[in-house]
Design a protein around this ligand. Structure first.
Ligand code: FES
Length: 571
């Protein structure tokens, strides 16, 4: 094994380079025996600026135990941590930066294999993208979901209920005292949001992709089984190095198809429709929206999970977890895909069982016959858009109404709640310039609030369309990811007040009822908005970010460049 270890090129080097590599490692208390072992980098997204990942230091210790047990040499290192709650203007702006950091730290250090500790939304795709590009043996360990939230005996979910209860408060049906008290119980432990939001979705999809151990998706953060999973992952990381199993051998087109089908079965986050193409793109695999649509249509929704359904991650774990969901889906999946366990996906879930059939349904008794998401096409979104139809009010699944247009987020905030805004429940609210370029990172503002005056009339949903994203914890008749986005000349930027817009989810269509010659006239007069940034990382982002169907990755980061054995010269 030692002859193939990349780390040996550092530690066995002659001259001053080898001396310094060994001497500075010994300065940390390690010796020659340790340096002869496979080095497992533990890429840790711990941060006190990211609540969801705040317990990852403890998990890193568990991973280290496993690495030592299996004969490896663990070395932990930090990487950029992206917390949804604080990051401004949006964590998505920094996802590619974190992916670059992860890839380059793996590439530049004496690492033979890597365990990636992730949890909050964007830390997961960022790690997967960096891992795929570096293509060293790797395994993903998630921090797990929070415990259920509580308020006056009611189970609460972050942050689906943050929005619902804020709407109730704004409508005057929840008192200020109760609204304040909710803060104390809605987030009870470390971990990521415990509804089937983006973190729950992406951490679950890691099981379908074969890059994490069974159980990774749903074991709660506070559950001791999470630490044991981390310890086992440390042991497996050493085995993956020994067997030279690389991410490119696991992340095949078939594995991505498995992940898309699991996404549909879970009614998971729309954000996965952006992240999966970005990860696949790092391996030269195209995942067109047509593929998503095709797989969504043949995969039933079988997980009864909030925000589309009834239960949260603790209940899903108790009901059998992601292995039980995958076992149900096996007739549809590519069960022969290899995974980090050294076994196939089908072998991994062979003994899984459903312990609560109301949480995890069977294929013949699904919640819906097809998955929770729909890809839309039409003259308003020539390159596609997405809607979570499972979370849309049924009466809005087919809807035609006049547009009220907000030219950007500031305009929305200024006018949405003006008493004289001529808005009715039948209007279609259009928000422009919040895509990857126009919104500087495609913020999660697509599920913007219903105007307060309609809230007070009891209205809780209306059709909203934008080139933004939506939090995976969000709900509503919300058309997202409209491509091309308005800021780069997409039709969305040509919509004007009063234009008729028609959504027909069953027909997968989104239509702007404006004649072609009028659209051509508007296009000739259209002017691109000023770039929202002109220096630094943000300038790099604006110059190189791809549109949503390509995953909003940077154009120069697509493709894989596997790590080779290399060390720097020293004299
Ligand atoms: Fe981290 Fe929701 S804030 S997953």
């Amino acid at each position: 094994m030692t002859t193939t270890l990349r780390s040996q090129a550092f530690f066995n080097q002659s001259g001053v380079a080898g001396l310094t590599h060994r001497a500075f490692t010994k300065a940390m208390g390690f010796d020659d025996q340790d340096m002869a072992r496979p080095v497992i980098g533990i890429c840790n997204t711990y941060s006190e600026l990211n609540h969801c990942n705040r317990h990852l230091r403890e998990l890193a210790e568990a991973v280290k135990r496993g690495v030592w047990q299996a004969g490896g040499f663990p070395l932990e290192f930090p990487t950029i941590s992206l917390g949804e709650i604080y990051l401004s203007p949006t964590s998505m702006l920094h996802r590619n930066l974190a992916a670059m950091d992860t890839e380059e730290m793996i590439r530049a250090n004496p690492i033979d294999g890597v365990v990636l500790l992730v949890n909050c939304d964007k830390t997961i795709p960022a790690a997967l993208m960096g891992m795929a590009s570096a293509d060293l043996p790797a395994i993903v360990v998630s921090g797990g979901p929070m415990l259920d939230g509580e308020f006056k005996g009611e189970t609460l979910g972050a942050c689906t209920d943050c929005r619902r209860l804020t709407a109730d408060f704004n409508a005057g049906v929840l008192s200020a005292t109760d609204y304040k008290s909710i803060e104390d119980g809605i987030v009870r432990s470390a971990g990521h949001c415990m509804v089937m939001g983006t973190a729950s979705t992406m951490n679950s999809l890691c099981e379908a992709l074969g890059v994490s151990l069974p159980g990774n998706g749903a074991i709660p953060a506070a559950d001791s089984r999470r630490a044991r999973l981390a310890e086992a992952a440390g042991r497996r990381a050493v085995a993956l190095v020994r067997d030279q199993v690389r991410p490119s051998q696991l992340l095949t087109r078939a594995a991505f198809e498995n992940a898309i089908m699991l996404l549909a079965a879970l009614g998971g986050s729309t954000n996965a429709v952006v992240h999966l193409p970005a990860i696949a793109g790092r391996l030269g695999i195209d995942l067109p929206l047509e593929l998503f649509e095709q797989l969504f249509r043949r995969t039933p929704l079988i997980a009864n999970m909030r925000p589309t359904g009834k239960y949260q991650m603790e209940a899903l774990n108790r009901a059998g977890g992601i292995p039980a969901v995958l076992k149900q889906l096996l007739p549809l999946l590519h069960g022969d895909c290899l995974t980090v366990t050294g076994k196939t996906l089908a072998e991994n879930v062979r003994h899984a069982e459903i312990y609560n059939p109301d949480v995890i349904r069977t294929l013949d008794q699904p919640l819906q016959p097809d998955g929770g998401l729909t890809i839309l096409r039409g003259n308003l979104c020539p390159d596609g858009a997405v809607i979570k139809h499972a979370a849309t009010s049924p009466h809005l699944l087919r809807h035609r109404g006049p547009a009220i247009v907000f030219k950007d987020y500031d305009d929305l905030m200024r006018r949405l709640n003006l008493p004289d805004l001529p808005v009715t429940p039948d209007h279609v609210l259009v928000l422009q310039n919040v895509g990857p370029v126009g919104g500087l990172g495609m913020p999660e503002v697509g599920n913007f609030p219903i105007p307060t005056k309609l809230l007070k009339q009891g209205i809780r949903d209306m059709l909203r369309i934008s080139d933004a994203r939506m939090s995976g914890t969000g709900v509503g008749a919300v058309v997202l990811h409209v491509a091309p986005e308005s800021a780069v000349g997409g039709t969305l930027g040509l919509v004007q007040d009063g234009d008729e817009i028609e959504l027909d989810v069953a027909a997968h269509s989104l239509t702007l009822h404006v004649p072609d010659d009028e659209l051509a006239r508007r296009r000739a007069n259209w002017q691109a908005p000023l770039p929202p940034a002109t220096r630094g990382y943000m300038q790099l982002y604006l110059e190189h970010v791809n549109q949503a169907p390509l995953g909003c990755d940077f154009d120069f980061l697509r493709g894989c460049d596997p790590v080779v054995i290399t060390t720097q010269p020293k004299f």
